[in-house]
Each structure stands twice: as C-alpha cells, then as structure tokens.
Ligand binder design. Structure first.
Ligand code: C5P
Length: 400
C-alpha cells in the first residue's frame, strides 16, 4: 500500500523504552511510501541509535541544533517546512512538560516550537507518571494548543506495573496518523454499516452462507472513521480485525442482522448495506444434527427481509447506500436496484472484479447518473465512495 506516498513525516524520538516501537513505525511509514526524517533526542539515542533509524529510513538522522547539512544552517526551522505532519513517538513525560511550556533547548523541542505542520504525540511512560496531575495538566494544555494526543494504551509496562501509559503499537500509530491526515468529509456524522456474509443455520453444525469476505465493508467502515464519522459496523461471521475507532456488533443470521440494524438505527445519518445478506433461510433449523438416512433431502427455504430496502423506505430514512454485485449487465441491475429500493446511491461492481480479493473496480450510480472509479485497493475505493457520499449529502442538504 502507498497510503503515505508523496508525504514527508518528521518522526521525533525521545528517551523511553518504547523507542524500539518508533523504529518499527519508521519502517512501516517508509513501506507505506512516506519520506521519514527522524529527529532523535540525546536520551532517545540511549535507547535506539541513529544508525538504526538511518538504515530504516534511508536518510540521515537529525540530532543537533547545529547540524550543518541545511544550507541555511537552520535545521530547527527548515525541517518541518513542507512536512505533512510531525509525530513524536515516544513522547516522555519530560518532553510533554517541555512542549506544554514552549521550551526549546534541543533540536526536537525547537522543531516543535518552530514547526509549520500539525503535531501529534504518542505518550509513553510509567502509569504513575501518566496519572500525575502535572502530566495531566500538560496534556490538557497541549490539547488546547491543538496538539493531537495518540493513546496511551492500557497494559503491562516495562517496569512490571500494569496501567495507562504504554505507547500504542507501531501499526496503531500508523493507522492513527493516516486517519489524522484524511479530510474530515463526514465530521459530525453517524454511519451504520453492514458487512460480510450471513449464516443461516440448517442444524447445529451446518448452515447456508456465501463467500463474501467482508473486506469491502470493513474498508468502508475504516474510511468513514478516517473521514471523521462515528461508525457502527454490524458484521456477519468474518475473521477480520475491527478497524480502530469502529464500534462492531457481530451477528450470524439475516434476522439477527436486521434486528441489530433496527436497534442501532435511531440517530444515524448514513446507512450503508455492504453485507451479502442471504436471500433465503431454512424454514426450520433442525434442533439436532441432520442424519444422512435418506437418499435425498429437500430443504425448504423462506425469504429473508431486505434490510436495506426496509431502512430506505422508513420515514426519516438516513442517507442510504447499497451495493450491487452482479455477474453481468451491471448498469441495468444496479440502476433498477437503486430505484426499487429507494436508495441515494448504489455501488455496483462485477463479482469477478471484487469478491474476496483486495482490489475492486466499482461504478457509483446516483440520481445524476453513473460515475466509475478506477480499479484500486479496497481502501482507496472506500475513500472514493466516502468522498462521493459526502458530495451527495452536501447537495441534498443544500436543497432542503
Ligand atoms: O437485491 P440485492 O441483494 O442484490 O441487493 C444488494 C444490496 O441490498 C446490498 O447493499 C445488501 O447489503 C442489501 N441487502 C439487504 N438485505 C437483504 C438483501 C440485500 O440489506 N436481505
């Protein structure tokens, strides 16, 4: 993935054990396409040496105020110019205190003070240091100053104690930083989604399901969070990791999915049905395992409710988005689905382009016509869909 392509990130590293996670973060950022400039404090260098960061980023590490590499001789000013963001991870209690007071007695603190880009910090310290009123005061001040605080997490600490103060893991920081950089197209909006297949039990060990991977729905849930929305995801049986910041409710059958959606629906601004809901369920699920004592077996099926159509036809329905996965005649089927279910938007794709894989090619059908997004990674497609939803909602808002 190239989520950070063309972006330069200044990674500040101060003196905490969690500096080893900063090395991993530098690696992940570079892998995601970022140019990473590391600014290392003297204490940070006690934990992880400059050589490690240099090898991981392919760039010389910045450590001194008097570094002569900048033509201007002003590394403390020039380094953040043009950077997408500056992230200090780990940020010690001492560093937070310095930041809160605007101290500038080494390269990193001076960079923060003279910066021309957003600043994020990932605190890392012993739980008592974190809970100390002085640290908490500094955190409140930093928030008020517009600094984003990532974490800390709760858990076992290097000192053997358990509590708040652990730095987030490198992958979590990567996600949070990426989310931070996304335009907040759905700020203040609540979004409800369904994703994955449903599982309709035949007996205690067997059931009817389908091969939906849930990846598109999960990517979309994540993109909505990154766009600033409050997101609830009703997921059928899939083993995907819940995206950070998403409230997930697991369900099995279409009936459970419907009930959960109806309960979560009040107050939602957007409903996106991505789930591949089974059209039919066994009329009766056998209480005990069905035995193979007959030469043939007839299953009697009955129709499941159409969750999306039900939501979309409610009075005061939220902005409704449906998916149409077809094997042919995409435009005809998708457009008739949009009209029949009274949807604001239908995301259509040919099953051969999307099912199970990591990429998808979709066409968006709304009242104004069709709009094709290029074949891309599902997370990129998800951002394209979110952007389109935001534009349509804005338009609708303008009409009322
Ligand atoms: O009619 P079809 O099943 O192709 O429509 C697909 C769209 O409708 C998807 O957005 C899917 O999540 C939703 N759907 C639903 N409940 C059903 C069937 C489909 O919400 N029972």
């Amino acid at each position: 993935m190239n989520e950070f392509q063309g972006k330069r990130i200044v990674l500040g590293v101060t003196g905490g054990v969690a500096a080893y996670k900063a090395a991993e973060l530098a690696r992940l950022l570079v892998k995601a396409g970022a140019d990473v400039d590391v600014a290392l404090t003297a204490a940070g260098a006690q934990f992880v040496g400059a050589a490690t960061f240099q090898a991981l980023t392919g760039r010389r590490v910045w450590q001194a105020l008097w570094d002569e590499r900048m033509d201007s001789g002003m590394a403390h000013i020039d380094l953040t110019r043009g950077a997408a963001a500056m992230l200090v991870a780990p940020a010690t209690a001492d560093f937070l205190a310095k930041l809160a007071h605007g101290a500038a007695d080494d390269l990193l603190s001076t960079l923060c003070l003279a910066r021309d880009c957003p600043l994020l910090v990932a605190p890392a310290m012993n739980r008592q240091m974190w809970n100390n009123p002085a640290t908490q005061r500094n955190v409140v001040q930093l928030r008020a100053d517009g600094v984003s605080i990532l974490g800390p997490a709760h858990g076992e600490q290097a000192c053997g104690e358990v509590g708040d103060g652990r730095m987030l893991e490198a992958a979590e920081l990567l996600d949070d930083l990426y989310a931070f950089l996304q335009p907040k197209l759905l700020a203040g909006k609540r979004v409800l989604l369904t994703a994955g297949p449903t599982y309709e039990a035949l007996d205690p060990v067997r059931g009817l399901t389908n091969s939906s991977s849930g990846k598109m729905g999960f990517s979309l849930a994540r993109a909505c969070v990154e766009a600033g929305a409050e997101v609830t995801l009703v997921a059928g049986p899939v083993s995907l990791v819940t995206p950070r910041g998403v409230r997930r409710i697991n369900v099995q059958s279409a009936l459970q999915m419907r009930e959960t959606v109806m309960q979560a629906l009040p107050g939602q601004h957007v409903f996106i049905g991505v789930a591949a809901v089974a059209d039919y369920r066994p009329r009766r699920a056998a209480e005990h395992k069905i035995k193979k004592d007959a030469s043939s077996l007839t299953l009697e099926l009955e129709a499941n409710p159409d969750i999306l159509a039900e939501v979309a036809t409610m009075p005061d329905a939220p902005f409704c988005v449906g998916f149409a996965a077809e094997s042919r005649d995409l435009a005809t089927y998708a457009e008739s689905k949009r009209v029949a279910k009274k949807l604001d938007l239908v995301v259509g794709n040919l099953v051969q382009d999307g099912l199970g894989g990591n990429t998808n090619a979709v066409t968006l059908f709304d009242a104004a016509g069709a709009h094709t997004l290029p074949l891309a990674d599902k997370s990129e497609v998800a951002h394209g869909i979110v952007a389109h939803i935001a534009v349509l909602m804005e338009k609708q808002h303008g009409q009322h």
